[in-house]
Design a protein around this ligand. Structure first.
Ligand code: ZN
Length: 135
């Protein structure tokens, strides 16, 4: 059984999408895994995970701007902590992704990157990885 790898990511703003493709790639290289799958999980309720374009930063801008339109900053929210929009956005993007590993590398599409989506920062966030190697 392989263990769970815990990565730490420090976010810098209230909302941002941080490209974590490189740190995930390094983790599987450190494990020496050639082929298999990598499950990536975010153990937070106001921070999510998505895969999208990491070539043009305007895509990230547009995703965050669109989420803002979908989930207003102020509304008839009941959650007393006051960060309901961050909780809703996290559920919209989700908390996990699974990526194939081939030849020691994450098998992503040409333009794809893995993004940690901070919706209630800045904070220190955890990312849990489970790397399953083909025997
Ligand atoms: Zn809350």
């Amino acid at each position: 059984m392989s263990e769970i790898i815990e990565l730490t990511v420090k976010t810098n703003r209230g909302e941002e999408m941080i490209d974590i493709t490189g740190v995930v790639q390094k983790a599987l290289q450190d494990k020496g895994v050639a082929n298999g799958i990598c499950h990536i999980f975010i153990p937070h309720t106001t921070c999510g995970l998505t895969i999208n374009e990491h070539a043009d930063p305007d895509v990230v801008h547009d995703i965050l701007a669109t989420l803002d339109k979908m989930v207003p900053a102020h509304g008839n929210y009941r959650h007393i902590e006051g960060n309901s929009p961050a909780h809703v956005k996290t559920s919209l993007v989700g908390s996990s992704q699974t990526v194939l590993i081939a030849g020691g590398k994450l098998r992503l599409g040409t333009w794809q990157g893995i993004f940690l989506c901070e919706f209630d920062g800045p904070r220190q966030r955890k990312v849990w990885l489970k790397i399953v190697s083909e025997a």
